[in-house]
Design a protein around this ligand. Structure first.
Ligand code: CP
Ligand code: NVA
Length: 302
């Protein structure tokens, strides 16, 4: 039997594996659109452990399992023994004897790693403080569907050097695009993550410099889940980092705009950009479903 594979970050996959996953995601999307049955995971169960809120991730994983003939169950520390202090390692040992894969949205990336160390089934990162690989699968699928290969293109990240930004760094390493990150001082992405990925990443302060001629402009909220106490400070510190029409005008004429959502219109992005013709955020959100179905099919042994 081949060893179990996890998806803790995009670096768990080779470049050919990632490209195959993205192609499969688009195939699964077509099958669903054409009403073609794709009962690929019959009787398989996905455990979904959420330490933080979610709309897209929960619904896409749950609907995806149902569409492939399996099922998913929602778990949270509030209504499991985790919330009463049962160790993560013990929870992993127990749950993984009952289900076929587990996805976790955790405050700390270390929780996910401990879970994976003790799980006998694949563990999927559904967002931690460090990474959000499932989001990048959807973003890259969306790029491919609109524009083809991303190798050699330039992506501008404007705003917080956060978990989604870190997954962009990993994607740049695996898929060969240039990444320019513009963040206010103190909010840059983690240098260790940049060095580990070995990606071509330029970190700067001026959004205008990052966006100049870029093929894809991406942003995310200024205050991520768990940072709510810093909100007032962040609103001040990120002043000037909004992706608006003036900023988009500096990108390539055919540039696309992406945002993982949920978005705060009037903060990190203007209404005219997120609801405008360059925005592909709704395709991006939908592709969470298809990309994760491809991921589940890839990871769950049959
Ligand atoms: N983009 C994303 O992960 O959305 P949710 O927090 O709604 O799952
Ligand atoms: N950076 C955001 C992404 C939400 C999907 C957060 O961690 O809250």
């Amino acid at each position: 039997m081949s060893p179990i594979r996890h998806c803790l970050s995009l670096l768990d996959f080779t470049t050919p594996e990632l490209i195959a996953l993205l192609e499969r995601a688009s195939e699964l999307k077509c099958m669903r659109q054409q009403g073609e049955p794709h009962v690929l995971l019959p009787q398989k169960t996905l455990g979904m452990l959420f330490e933080k809120a979610s709309t897209r991730t929960r619904v896409s994983f749950e609907a995806g399992m149902a569409q492939m003939g399996g099922s998913a169950l929602f778990l949270s520390p509030r209504d499991t023994q985790l919330g009463r202090g049962e160790p993560v390692a013990d929870t992993a040992r127990v749950l993984s004897r009952m289900v076929d894969a587990i996805m976790i949205r955790a405050h700390e990336h270390r929780t996910l790693e401990i879970f994976a160390e003790h799980s006998v089934v694949p563990v999927i990162n559904a967002l931690t403080d460090q990474f959000h690989p499932c989001q990048l699968l959807a973003d890259m699928q969306t790029w491919f569907e609109h524009r083809g290969p991303i190798e050699g293109r330039t992506v501008a990240w404007v705003g917080d050097g956060n978990n989604v930004c870190h997954s962009y760094i990993n994607a740049a390493a695996r898929l060969g695009f240039t990444l320019r990150v513009a963040s206010p001082p103190g909010y840059e992405p983690d240098a260790t993550i940049i060095n580990t990925a070995g990606a071509e990443v330029a970190v700067m302060q001026a959004p205008e410099e990052a966006v100049a001629g870029a093929d894809l402009v991406v942003t995310d909220v200024w205050t991520s889940m768990g940072q709510e106490d810093e909100n007032a400070r962040r609103l001040q510190d990120f002043h000037g980092y909004q992706v608006n029409s003036a900023l988009m005008a500096r990108a390539a004429p055919e540039a696309l705009f992406m945002h993982c959502l949920p978005a705060h219109r009037g903060e990190e992005v203007s209404t005219e950009v997120i609801d405008g013709p360059q925005s592909v955020v709704w395709d991006e959100a939908e592709n969470r479903l298809h990309a994760q179905k491809a991921l589940l099919e890839f990871l769950i042994p049959r």
